[in-house]
Design a binder for this molecule. Sequence first.
Ligand code: SF4
Length: 127
Amino acid sequence: MPESEIICVICPVGCKVLVRHKDAEIVSVSGSECARGDEYAAKECLSPERILTATVAVDGGELARLPVKTDRRIRKDQLLICARELSRARMRAPVALGDVVVADILGTGANVIATRPVQRAAAGAAA
Ligand code: SF4
């Protein structure tokens, strides 16, 4: 029966959680110090999710690139295709912290948002 050892990252303790699974079913979870770790490890084993972070081009800003991230985790196997989609996005300064860059990227339910503001470039200094 397949086993996966997952390091729980929910808190700094970093428990090693052993998940035994068969096909798409969890058979047992052991080694965690709390129920949050069981839940995290089971999900990480069967359907891992991550926050996507990237940068997108910004026109007329004090910076040439705008740091962005998804406002929720998306399936790990969707990261690459979402990153490719995001590579086509462009913003125009000014951009505020939290502005939506791409809404519901590829139907994942996650919005891509700006993680910092970008002001307009000073006259004659556009990026
Ligand atoms: S299982 Fe619980 S105690 Fe252990 S790292 Fe995860 S959240 Fe922390």
